[in-house]
Design a protein around this ligand. Structure first.
Ligand SMILES: Cc1cc2nc3c(=O)[nH]c(=O)nc-3n(C[C@H](O)[C@H](O)[C@H](O)COP(=O)(O)OP(=O)(O)OC[C@H]3O[C@@H](n4cnc5c(N)ncnc54)[C@H](O)[C@@H]3O)c2cc1C
Length: 566
């Protein structure tokens, strides 16, 4: 975010830090217990799981980000009637700030599970509290306070990978570039790190990680906790894109126990969309990340367990197991999830065209998303983008606002054949976009993972061109994320998409695969409409089918599904 833009703490302070009335506090007493703290005690410490969300009854609590590099001023001092907490307390994750009692403090401490009950049972108060928790996280994201510190060059593929992971998961962080930031050197000296070993990550709990995987980083900052191998969930959802998150919200809100896995980040493809303009209810459009972050918080509010990043690598039937755990998912972390039903919502990913040396430039110069991170990397430059679908069109419009020139390469004879009219018209009105039809990329040039030029060729004339392009964006169609499944698990179509419903058997429920109790929704499902709205719709619809399955097998006393007219 540009420094010129006002921060959320300046514009929405009253919503971030509301004061509860004595009557409201009385109503909330039943969710927690009163605890006393002496001056100098911590109600929460950065990097450690706090006992809960706290409502201050008396005394004062200072909220201060802990920073290895500079002394940061307190964010706020809570007095009687105000409450301490942000989204970490909702999920039961480690705190991102220190909360220090300045004087003797008495507070109602509400653990994460009870906080979720409060948000649901106390609708109006819950809405105010939820808004405050979200805005406080936005405030931390704006300053990077409370999260890990990454030290490495901005264009380094591992820095991009780690920053992308933290950004996509809505986790605050700071990046220090050793080329421009003197404080990076202080850290390198303090921890005796050779600059050749970058990137490093300094976590809020004081641990130093050398170029960690996303899972190592997530574990260190408390985002990824172990799965209880004995627990049997009503439903395990593979994929936290719009389909998986919708299924999680509806299933959890209807009383099912839910686990959601995603190997990357919440939001799926939609989370990478710069602007979604055709989702019902958002006439001015909404960024995919904003829409998906709301869904993610909503699913957590209803008590869905999130495991991100964690990948389902194998599906197993465990029929006959006690507690009705008909299925087991094996994860890349070598853990297992036991569940009574499974929802496959693993979506699709963009195809990699067969261009020589493509892998060499991926992660640094070749991109499959156009998020603010990528936009920043190529500001003021010339870029090329391949693809003729709506996602390509959106990315062009987004990038054109920041780059000098976009070359849009389309294999077909026109854009109109595959892109919505509104995007075609918008692109036509952009002076810095040039559309090249019947054109394909034929060569990439560069060294050390940095692209220097792209060559393309017209298929009708054979004419070739070479441009000094350092960033290439590929939006060239999708293939299903079903490598973790085999035909023995569930029936797949010729392209690898999961087959469902009447297609696999007359007795199948809607969205049920060839295996009873296993469902598929969203982009991964054969014949689905590849849109956010349809993925969300299927996520809602599948929950009725899960209730039906669970009731049939008597696995649990399934609550009645909502009436169809509701
Ligand atoms: C850049 C872009 C812009 C778009 N813009 C629009 C738009 O404006 N309007 C619109 O309607 N649609 C748009 N789309 C399409 C829309 O985003 C998709 O149709 C939608 O996201 C599909 O949702 P999904 O949940 O089925 O799958 P996905 O969004 O693909 O999510 C699947 C998730 O599953 C995870 N996963 C995969 N395999 C595993 C595994 N083995 N274990 C654990 N997790 C796994 C993935 O990491 C991913 O997060 C756009 C797509 C892109 C890429």
């Amino acid at each position: 975010m540009s420094t010129a833009e006002p921060r959320v703490i300046e514009t929405r302070r009253h919503q971030m830090f509301p004061t509860l009335s004595p009557g409201e506090i009385e109503r909330l007493r039943r969710f927690g217990e009163v605890r006393s703290y002496r001056a100098g005690d911590y109600l929460a410490r950065t990097g450690e799981v706090a006992p809960g969300f706290s409502i201050v009854l008396s005394g004062q609590v200072e909220i201060r980000p802990r920073d290895e590099l500079t002394e940061r001023p307190p964010i706020v001092v809570h007095g009687p009637g105000s409450f301490m907490g942000e989204l970490a307390q909702l999920a039961g994750n480690p705190a991102l700030v220190d909360a220090l009692a300045l004087a003797e403090v008495e507070a109602i401490v509400i653990p994460a599970a009870q906080l979720r009950s409060l948000l649901i049972e106390e609708a109006e108060l819950g809405e105010r509290i939820m808004r405050a928790l979200i805005l406080r996280r936005v405030g931390l994201l704006e300053t990077g306070a409370g999260g890990p510190i990454l030290v490495g060059r901005a264009a380094n593929p591992d820095v991009l990978r780690l920053e992308g992971f933290l950004g996509r998961n809505g986790h605050p962080h700071q990046r220090l570039d050793p080329d421009v930031d003197p404080s990076a050197h202080c850290l390198l000296e303090r921890f005796q790190v050779d600059p050749a070993q970058l990137p490093i990550v300094l976590c809020p709990n004081g641990r130093l990680l050398h170029n960690p995987t996303e899972a190592e980083l997530a574990r260190c900052i408390g985002l990824l906790r172990p799965i209880d191998p004995e627990r049997v969930y009503d439903v395990a959802i593979v994929g936290a894109g719009p389909a998986g998150l919708a299924a999680a919200v509806y299933a959890a809100s209807e009383g099912l126990s839910v686990l959601v896995l995603d190997c990357r980040a919440f939001g799926g493809q939609a989370g990478a969309s710069a602007r979604i303009e055709n989702y019902l209810g958002f006439p001015t459009g909404i960024s995919g990340m904003a829409l998906m972050a709301r869904a993610y918080n909503q699913a957590q509010k209803f008590g869905a367990d999130m495991r991100i990043p964690d990948e389902a690598v194998r599906f197993e039937c465990a029929l006959g197991e006690e507690n009705g755990a008909g299925f087991q998912l094996r994860l890349s972390s070598e853990e297992r999830v036991r569940t009574r039903s499974v929802v496959i919502a693993s979506g699709a990913r963009y195809r990699r065209p067969a261009v020589e040396k493509l892998a060499e430039f991926e992660g640094s110069s070749v991109h499959y998303w156009a998020s603010p991170l990528e936009q920043r990397l190529c500001t003021g430059q010339e870029v090329a983008l391949v693809g003729g679908g709506n996602s390509a069109g959106q990315a062009v419009v987004y990038l054109a606002g920041a780059v000098r020139k976009v070359w849009l390469l389309v294999r077909g004879p026109s854009l109109g054949a595959s892109m919505s009219r509104y995007l075609v018209d918008r692109i036509a009105a952009l002076p810095n976009v040039e559309v090249l039809t019947r054109t394909e990329v034929v060569g990439l040039e560069g060294k050390d993972g940095e692209l220097e030029a792209v060559r393309w060729r017209r298929s009708d004339t054979g004419q070739e061109a070479r441009r000094p392009v350092r960033h290439l964006f590929l939006f060239t169609g999708a293939e299903p994320n079903t490598a973790w499944l085999s035909q023995d698990d569930v029936a797949l179509d010729a392209h690898g998409f999961v087959r469902t419903g009447a297609e696999v058997g007359p007795e199948r429920r809607a969205l049920e695969t060839s295996r009873p109790g296993v469902f598929a929704i969203g982009d991964v499902r054969g014949g689905s409409v590849k849109r956010v709205a349809s993925a969300v719709g299927e996520g809602a619809q599948v929950v009725a089918a899960i209730h039906g399955f669970l009731a049939d097998v008597g696995a649990r006393a399934a609550p009645a599904p909502p009436p169809e007219t509701a």
